[in-house]
Design a protein around this ligand. Structure first.
Ligand code: SF4
Length: 502
């Protein structure tokens, strides 16, 4: 794409430029190369927008600058009028343009001394280091535009707030943190950062920046796949639990592929050595204790998986922001003959799902046999439910003692080169049983399941759409437990047919 001679910056571009100048350049001129935005990330954006709108009510009677982002001049003109009207106590989405940097400010609150406070709203539950530059670039533009700024605040969600029903108590739902000192201190570095960004934006080609820790910090880069596509299949970044400094050491030694790491390379942990050996030889690592670990499982085997959601804004009385709420489970039961059956539960009302979830689960799980899970997540939820429902506490508390965590077992005793550094069941299943996939399903990951659930119970969702979402959720959760059945079978087979390695 031809480069514009008059590029502009925004808050987003500024923070992109701080992360990586190549990201800034690609994001400005080559958006078409970006990774598709996953539905789960889009849902996070939508939730953030909803939180932002609610947050305005903490500064009531303000004026919304109602101009879309592509009508920036209109936003700037309307803002200018609102600033000069002393009867307007707060301005939402105020627009400014200073030295080709265009910003919209979440909330500007008017003070009695003719200054304004700058309020940046985030859906997070605390102030994070990456929020400070975001506020500082706004300070730079506002003060450059002649707006006197008193204090700078970050307003975030307070996850200790307990919803009591009815309207949210906004004084408790949101917490205002004074970040004036941090933002002003950061402001000193802004001109230098801007100079580097303008220089990058005037380059005809993307800046020649190597991939590195900046590709995932503080955010996973939107061009991650574009920049990583020509890397070796077993790139060193896939090495489990490798610190950025260790990856830098490997790079400095000219090593890009895990299989090329010398076995005695200083700093390789025992597990990383197994991963290195599996990649170098193309053969899975089978630990000497895998067979013993698998033999702990007793019939009937119960393969259990939960789906949950954790919304920023609490939906049920007595719950907190981001509290995890289980709404669905799937259970495959296998007897010693290999016969397999499935039973599942999916809440489908707008009320709190937890009691129906708990009751149905306790009714479905037989009194004997191992309960296989993939991660400690289900155990955590069980303990939370036991605390919540004294009437089910005894029966719930008896379950975790029967749990066998397949994830912990795989981590400790097995590695396949095709895991590519991930022990997630979505990575483990195709390596162990390529015939069973998620590709025929509408939902292919848990974060999408929570979005489907929210849509399914939304009052304005039509009956036929609700049915479609319901079927998709049931099929997804059922596939997760079936995947565990197949993973266990593959591990049992490997442990019997492969010579273990130390
Ligand atoms: S993937 Fe990494 S190197 Fe490529 S643009 Fe993003 S941050 Fe920069």
């Amino acid at each position: 794409m031809p480069k514009t001679t008059d590029p502009t910056l925004s808050k987003t571009r500024f923070t992109s430029g701080l992360q990586c100048l190549k990201l800034l350049h690609l994001g400005t001129y080559s958006r078409e190369l970006a990774d598709p935005v996953p539905a789960s990330q889009q849902a996070l954006f939508d939730s953030g927008t909803h939180v932002g709108v609610l947050a305005r009510q903490r500064f009531p009677d303000g004026l919304l600058i109602d101009a879309p982002y592509n009508a920036h001049s209109r936003a700037v003109t309307s803002t200018s009028k609102a600033l000069s009207d002393a009867f307007i106590p707060a301005i939402y989405e105020a627009g400014f343009d200073f030295e080709n940097i265009r910003i919209r400010v979440d909330i500007l609150s008017r003070n009695s001394d003719h200054t304004f406070n700058l309020i940046e709203v985030k859906s997070s539950t605390s102030v994070k280091p990456e929020h400070i530059p975001d506020a500082a670039i706004q300070l730079h533009v506002l003060e450059g535009s002649g707006v006197p700024i008193g204090k700078t605040f970050l307003m975030h969600i307070d996850n200790t707030y307990v919803y009591q029903g009815g309207d949210y108590d906004l004084d408790k739902l949101f917490r205002l943190e004074d970040i004036t000192d941090q933002a002003r201190s950061y402001l000193q570095s802004v001109p230098g950062s801007l100079a580097a960004m303008w220089e990058a934006l005037h380059l005809d080609e993307t800046p020649p920046i190597e991939i590195g820790p900046q590709c995932t910090r503080p955010y996973r880069c939107a061009f991650y796949n574009y920049c990583h596509k020509s890397l070796p299949e077993h790139h060193i970044e896939q090495l489990p639990r490798a610190k950025p400094e260790f990856i830098d050491k490997l790079r400095a030694a000219g090593i890009q592929d895990i299989g090329d790491i010398p076995p005695d390379f200083p700093g390789l942990s025992a597990n990383q050595q197994r991963v290195r050996n599996a990649v170098a030889t193309g053969r899975p690592y089978v630990g000497p204790e895998l067979a013993d670990a698998l033999s702990q499982a007793t019939y009937p085997l119960h393969f259990l998986d939960f789906e949950t959601f954790n919304a920023a804004l609490p939906a049920y009385v007595g719950t907190r922001p981001y509290q995890v709420i289980p709404f669905q489970w799937s259970l495959h039961v296998q007897d010693s003959s290999g016969a397999l059956s499935n039973i599942s539960f999916l809440h489908d009302g707008s009320d709190d799902p937890r009691e129906a979830f708990t009751r149905s689960l306790l009714d479905a799980i037989g009194p004997q046999g191992t309960i296989l899970v993939y991660s400690s997540y289900e155990q955590t939820i069980i303990w939370q439910l036991a605390d919540l429902f004294p009437q089910y506490q005894e029966r719930l508390s008896a379950l975790p003692g029967r749990f066998l965590d397949l994830l912990a077992l795989v981590r400790a005793h097995f590695y396949h080169p095709n895991f590519h550094g991930s022990y997630s069941i979505k990575a483990v299943l195709p390596a162990l049983d390529p015939d069973l996939t998620y590709s025929d399903l509408d939902i292919q990951d848990g974060s999408l399941a929570s979005i489907y659930f929210a849509k399914m119970i939304a009052p304005d969702t039509q009956a036929h759409e609700r049915e479609r979402l319901r079927n998709a959720l049931i099929r997804y959760c059922e596939r997760d437990t079936l995947a565990m059945v197949h993973v266990l079978a593959a591990l049992q087979s490997m442990s019997q047919t492969t010579t273990p390695q130390s």
